[in-house]
Design a binder for this molecule. Sequence first.
Ligand code: FAD
Length: 467
Amino acid sequence: KNPVHVIGGGLAGSEAAWQIAEAGVPVVLHEMRPVRGTDAHKTEGLAELVCSNSFRSDDAETNAVGLLHAEMRLAGSLIMSAGDAHQVPAGGALAVDRDGFSDAVTAKIEAHPLITIVREEVPGLPPADWDQVIIATGPLTAPSLAQSIAEATGADALAFFDAIAPIVHFDTIDMNTAWFQSRYDKVGPGGTGKDYINCPMDKEQYLAFVQALLDGQKTEFKQWEGTPYFDGCLPIEVMAERGVETLRYGPMKPMGLTNVHNPSVKAYAVVQLRQDNALGTLYNMVGFQTKLKHAEQVRIFRTIPGLENAEFARLGGLHRNTYINSPTLLDPSLQLTSRPGLRFAGQITGCEGYVESAAIGLLAGRFAAAERLGQAPSLPPPTTAFGALLNHITGGHIVSDDEPGKRSFQPMNVNFGLFPPVEAPKVEGKRLRGKDKTVAKRRAITARALADCRAWLGPPVRAEAAE
Ligand code: FAD
């Protein structure tokens, strides 16, 4: 059989190579380190963890990344088995000895009879005779390959920074204070004129908010990241530094909006949230990209009327990253629609995090192996963590109503807002409230996910058959 080529031996590429080889298909894994380094990697090991050594929560019942761990274990993940084998104590989290973990992944890949590792930089899009390829070159993709990807996908399709605005779970927004309305009731394509959630502020609240932004603790850019401020994407605290009124003339302008709860009083400033996923479970805070520390974001944004009890699916940030506009470029099996046989995996697809990157590598590997074996790729159900994350990347994405065509796809960790909602189960016929309700819903989502994931994967392969 012709090999599948995997470019990049990080979290996603190592997992993809493993899955392909375990399906009986030969793989060539191209990793540029140590021939060429990145700004963050320090070793030549495969699956190097460039920063924290944590895979985050391992709780598969009430945590979305814990659920993803469980699904990956069911799918025979190399990243999870090496992580489990090199665990270090970290409470409910799965943290690993980073060197032991990377050494274990490297040893397993090197020892696999169907995997060949080539230590070289792939300088551009792969040659046409590589008919099955996975690009998993990560947030620090080498510049010449990044350039080729930009040329192949269109200049606007590749981003080098993510300017992330926080995302809020809809069911934690107080709609007795906030209201639905598009500015000037404008109806865009497919819209209703009520596509935004608006949170009003009076003058006193606005001034206190601006001061909190100025005083809040920020994270610094790393030296190699530079300072990537560009028009339309300034962090809110930088806008606040430019003058007390700047935000009121920018993302917090109150024009064209009438508070349905109090129509006679004009808001002094308004924070808008825009629907972020097709399910309507997540809303992003429009124009609120920020370098404030995460705890500061939670503290300060909960002072916004209507967001007092907000739970955040993701907090804001601004980082060096490389990722493509996947919803417009990739089909549901992560394949570039303009070049069948070329797939993307890992953080470059617009997921965020070690585990998520590895999970997308796992899926891309299975899809590529299936094609090589003459089978149609089998997509995970949308109710699973695999499916929810895949759907964030390849579909289910909202284009804004009054800015048609505006790109708003941003990288994201797996979270419960990506799953089709469930009704909270009743206990002794009574509806649950507050935290009990949240936990019950999460348990219902994770139980459904694990059952559907098992059904998708089919019966486990018996040990002797796998020998
Ligand atoms: P990587 O793991 O980066 O793997 C990509 C591989 O491709 C690398 O080995 C690279 O050498 C290779 N490569 C690149 N270009 C080429 C080429 N042209 N030819 C051949 N090989 C190439 N996530 C977390 O969960 N926790 C964190 O603490 C965390 N910290 C981060 C800190 C930084 C500075 C960055 C940039 C990201 C961080 N992330 C973190 C995000 C992300 O989860 C990791 O970057 C993760 O490693 C992404 O996995 P990946 O497989 O997509 O990319």
